[in-house]
Design a protein around this ligand. Structure first.
Ligand code: NAP
Length: 308
């Protein structure tokens, strides 16, 4: 594998994803210096206390000075402003990338500000948890997970190869995709599932005939798994839906048509239709387990406590 090591890595934002990258980079010695920019003093203090960065700046422009790799790790709605702020301070030959869950809107918002002589390669590590902040990260987050890179006309082949090697060194498998295709695939595999979780947990919360304590008491019936997803960061997910509007609305249209089919099958007591759909979906889960993207353990590998 070609040389991966960078001189100075600048992470703009150091939450779950930024701090996981910092930990992985430290562990595998992928950068001589790691710095970050963070909005709040508290986040900068925690990042320094955990020892995952050499310096933490309030102003993102200070972080990118002298950096040969810059990674945007904030909610996607902040990218345009941040790109404009850092652009005059980017070093010639530097690679700018990001980790945003949406790609089409990012290519436009960031690409516009990237100066000549700087490479821009949008990216998305498809790995995460419902936790936020610098203390929530861990170096193993990207192991065996896909990282999708969506090169644009500001990405050189040599930089793409280097960035690919960087993610492989963090444990990821790398896939190259068109930004619009990424947004469509992720709309159905990630964005719509989050929307459904936010909706079902919100609906349960609104039900007048069912008490809060009953919802919590019987949550292991399936609801509990939705609550984990619905606990994800509200700012991040607000930005995902606002910046992947077209693909999400397209997939939501298909989803509601299929939901209507299920609704009709229940109304007309069409057991065959229900059975056939449920059998097909069961096979999908088996494929996900076989692909190493989930544990085959019952109940998602949860360990039963004696009072369960
Ligand atoms: P996070 O834990 O909430 O961290 C967000 C970071 O961005 C924090 O350092 C925060 O600083 C900073 N930030 C927030 N708003 C800002 C603003 N207006 N200006 C400047 N900095 C700001 O979020 P995360 O989960 O790491 O997500 C970061 C990115 O990764 C998002 O674009 C998301 O789409 C993408 N992503 C997330 C996941 C996931 O599962 N979480 C998976 C893949 C990709 P303060 O702490 O100082 O506010």
């Amino acid at each position: 594998m070609a040389e991966v090591k960078f001189k100075r890595l600048a992470l703009i934002g150091i939450g779950l994803i930024g701090s996981s990258i910092a930990r992985g980079v430290r562990r595998h010695n992928l950068a001589a210096e790691i710095v970050c920019a963070a909005r709040t003093a508290d986040t900068r203090r925690v990042a320094k206390e955990i020892g995952i960065v050499d310096a933490a700046y309030e102003n993102p422009a200070d972080a990118v000075k002298g950096a040969d790799l810059v990674i945007l790790c904030t909610p996607v709605g902040t990218y345009a402003t941040l790109a404009e702020q850092i652009a005059p301070f980017l070093e010639k030959g530097a690679i700018v990338t990001d980790v945003g869950s949406v790609k089409g809107a990012v290519v436009k918002a960031v690409g516009l500000h990237i100066p000549e002589g700087v490479d821009f390669i949008p990216g998305h590590p498809v790995a995460g948890t419902e936790k936020s902040g610098p203390a929530a990260g861990f170096a193993e987050l990207f192991i065996n997970r896909w990282c999708i890179l969506t090169p644009c006309d500001q990405s050189s082949d040599a930089s793409l190869e280097r960035l690919k090697n960087f993610w492989v060194a963090l444990g990821s498998k790398v896939e190259i995709m068109e930004p619009a295709h990424h947004d469509l695939v992720l709309a159905i595999t990630s964005h719509i599932p989050h929307l459904i979780a936010y909706n079902i947990v919100g609906t349960a919360d609104d039900l007048e005939g069912v008490t809060q304590s009953e919802v919590i008491k019987y949550s292991a019936g399936g609801f509990r798994d939705f609550t984990r997803i619905a606990a994800s960061d509200p700012t991040m997910w607000r930005d995902v839906f606002l910046h992947n509007k077209e693909a999400v609305l397209e997939m939501l249209g298909r989803f509601t048509e299929d939901l209507a089919q299920l609704q009709r099958a229940i109304r007309w007591e069409d057991g065959d239709t229900l059975f056939n759909i449920f059998s097909r979906t069961r096979a999908i889960r088996r494929q996900i387990i076989d692909a190493g993207q989930e544990t085959p353990e019952p109940d998602f590998g949860r360990v039963l406590k004696s009072d369960d």
